[in-house]
Design a protein around this ligand. Structure first.
Ligand code: PGA
Length: 251
């Protein structure tokens, strides 16, 4: 079945990478992507902020996009240690992940904060990848769908469209654990997210919904074939060019 939305395979390197290794990884992804010549999917890498500029340079003319992992809501000012969306854009980024569960947990980011960051991304000309996902406790309490709905409604700014936002569903308990929901569970969560999006915006059908959480070469084809899954947000498995490219190939 032909896809109506172009899959996006995004690598979230998290707090990993010093210059030499990161550039080797970036070049590996760039070479593989260029060789594959994909016009039917997009490949994105999100290195730590310290490496965004160097990675953007390393992947130039390969078709690989570069993104940040977080941004501040403000464009500049007295926010020691923070990085604005404008700064990411200035370094060559086109996307930024906002509301990753590690940010929500480690930095107490609420839906309102995530929403402000997504708006900041727009202000700077970046596409935000807005992350949502339930914890194990919420899942076991049967609250998965309601949690996703609340997070979506709180985190997605008004004015979201198919081209200016990407949503990533990442069950918190699946991140870095090797555990994943079953394919029907992923499909059900994505179908629910799309229903909720339908109530929030007029052109929701084109919004890409990524699945994230322990995606690897061996399970990518199955997860990516689940209904309403338009790509993946990949953590650990994005740190090896060959494995990340294999996931992109599976899309
Ligand atoms: P993982 O991380 O692939 O290592 O589970 C995914 C993510 O946190 O985006």
């Amino acid at each position: 079945m032909a896809r109506t939305r172009r899959p996006l395979i995004a690598g979230n390197w998290k707090m990993n990478g010093l210059t030499a290794d990161a550039l080797a990884l970036a070049k590996g992804v760039a070479n593989g992507t260029k060789q594959a010549g994909w016009s039917d999917r997009e490949v994105l890498v999100c290195p730590p902020a310290t490496l965004v500029a160097a990675v953007a340079e390393a992947v130039k003319a390969s078709g690989v996009f570069v993104g940040g992992q977080d941004c501040h809501a403000k464009s500049n000012g007295a926010h020691t240690g923070d990085i604005s969306a404008e700064m990411l854009r200035d370094c060559g980024a086109s996307h930024v992940i906002v509301g990753h569960s590690e940010r929500r947990t480690d930095h107490g980011e609420t839906d309102a904060v995530v929403r402000a960051k997504a708006e900041a991304a727009w202000r700077a000309g970046l596409v935000p990848i807005v992350c949502i996902g339930e914890t194990l406790t919420e899942r076991e309490a049967g609250k998965t769908l309601s949690v996703l709905e609340t997070q979506l409604k709180g985190s997605l700014p008004g004015g979201s469209t198919a081209t200016n936002v990407v949503v990533a569903y990442e069950p918190v308990w699946a991140i870095g654990t090797g555990k994943t929901p079953t394919t029907p569970e992923v499909a059900a969560a994505h179908a629910h997210i799309r229903r909720v999006l339908g109530g929030l915006m007029s052109e929701s059908a084109g919004v890409r919904l990524l699945y994230g959480g322990s995606v690897k070469e061996s399970n990518a084809a199955e997860l990516l074939a689940a209904g309403d899954v338009d790509g993946a947000l990949v953590g650990g498995a994005s740190l090896k060019a060959s494995e990340f490219l294999a996931i992109a190939k599976a899309a």
